[in-house]
Design a protein around this ligand. Structure first.
Ligand code: M6R
Length: 362
């Protein structure tokens, strides 16, 4: 049921503060300000992690790599599920592999799960459908409590995957004695604030709706980000191409000069995902390289970032958050921009051409 919304995607975007809140409540022990560790997983004895997934779920895994490496000092080996096996990565018996899948039925992710299992690994899955094949075939299931996601373009499942993985990375950091109790308190506190910040971020919708009219006339678009904003840029580009059919690419901001800058002219909008954090200055200098070539910059940042960055074609100001949780917040303007561009162009938002909600062939 779409309720009062025109599309399932719109409803699912709007539900995020609530479902991310439920997901966090499940994975955090809020009374004691700790992240929970799932039964059977002992992070203290693991020396690395393998993560695999497809599409948007893969981008959640890419964000999680930064978190596990920083907070738990665990090297993360990550690849898209359709390539993971072909690399023949050396996997350790007893090691932990994490599969991420909304549907729990994605053929490539399931094949990777089985490959990891044959190598003697333990399997944990971050999954939105507890009765799915991937969930049933896993040793531990970390549920995302997004509720049914109907729109083919994943939105709320993605932010719930991020919430789950963020809590797990904090739990791993504690188990491995990398994080102190104060560190954990601070990180859990940052997570608890996310639903409120998401509600604030959703208020950007009217501004994004106006911006989408400009986007609808573009043939190509670029998305740039650094650090955890890099996978968010990839996700933004994927959302736009899936539902509006505009060609979009996400790049690490630092890669701009190594090729994609050749594409910049007045007709190419460039979305720059740049929270005011330690990486901000460098990303803004990449943004200025775009502006110097006449590119139309849409900057997504917070209040401080907007002041420092100066004039742009358009600046979307999201609420200030801890750098740790910014991927969960910045995902929302990505979704809204793709959504309103597609609505303006009149495409079938919930059922885009050539795509299926779950991809059950390899
Ligand atoms: O059900 P899964 O999470 O395993 O699906 C993975 C991808 O097929 C999925 O995220 C796809 O990329 C979406 N259409 C993205 O919006």
């Amino acid at each position: 049921d779409k309720g009062n919304y025109r599309h399932f995607m719109a409803k699912e975007i709007a539900e995020q503060p609530e479902v991310v809140g439920h997901t966090l409540a499940h994975h955090l022990d809020m009374a004691n300000m700790r992240a929970r560790v799932p039964d059977g997983i002992d992070f203290a004895t693991l020396d690395r992690l393998a993560i695999s997934a497809c599409g948007t779920a893969f981008y959640a895994g890419l964000v999680a790599r930064y978190w596990f490496e920083k907070f738990a000092r665990m090297p993360v080996d990550i690849d898209i599920a359709s390539e993971f096996r072909y690399r023949e990565p050396p996997l350790k018996e007893g090691g932990l592999a994490i599969m991420i899948s909304q549907s729990g039925e994605t053929a490539d992710t399931l094949a990777t799960l089985r490959h990891c299992r044959e190598q003697g690994m333990q399997i944990a899955s971050v999954c939105n459908v507890p009765t799915s094949t991937i969930a049933r075939d896993s040793d531990a299931v970390l549920p995302t409590l997004a509720g049914p996601e109907i729109g083919v373009a994943s939105t709320k499942a993605f932010t719930c995957q991020l919430a789950t993985l963020a809590a797990l990375a904090v739990a791993a950091g504690r188990a491995r004695k990398v994080l102190t109790a104060e560190d954990e308190f601070r990180l859990v506190n940052a997570l608890i604030e996310v639903p409120r910040l998401m509600t604030e971020t959703l208020k950007l919708e009217p501004q994004i709706e106006r911006l989408a009219k400009t986007f609808a006339h573009s043939r190509d678009a670029l998305y740039l980000g650094r650090g955890t904003s890099y996978p968010i840029a990839l996700e933004g580009a994927l959302k736009l191409k899936e539902i509006s059919y505009i060609h979009a690419e996400g790049y690490a901001a630092g890669e701009l000069k190594h090729g994609p800058i050749a594409l910049i002219d007045e007709d190419v909008p460039v979305v720059v995902v740049a929270p005011f954090d330690q990486l901000f200055e460098k990303t803004v200098s990449n943004m200025q390289e775009v502006q110097a070539r006449g590119g139309k910059v849409v900057l997504i940042t917070d209040a401080e970032g907007a002041i420092v960055a100066g004039e742009t074609f358009e600046t979307l100001i999201v609420p200030t958050s801890y750098a740790f949780v910014s991927p969960l917040i910045y995902a929302i303007p990505m979704q809204l921009l793709a959504y309103h561009t597609a609505v303006f162009m009149g495409t079938d938002v919930d059922q885009p051409r050539n795509l299926a909600k779950s991809v059950t062939v390899e």
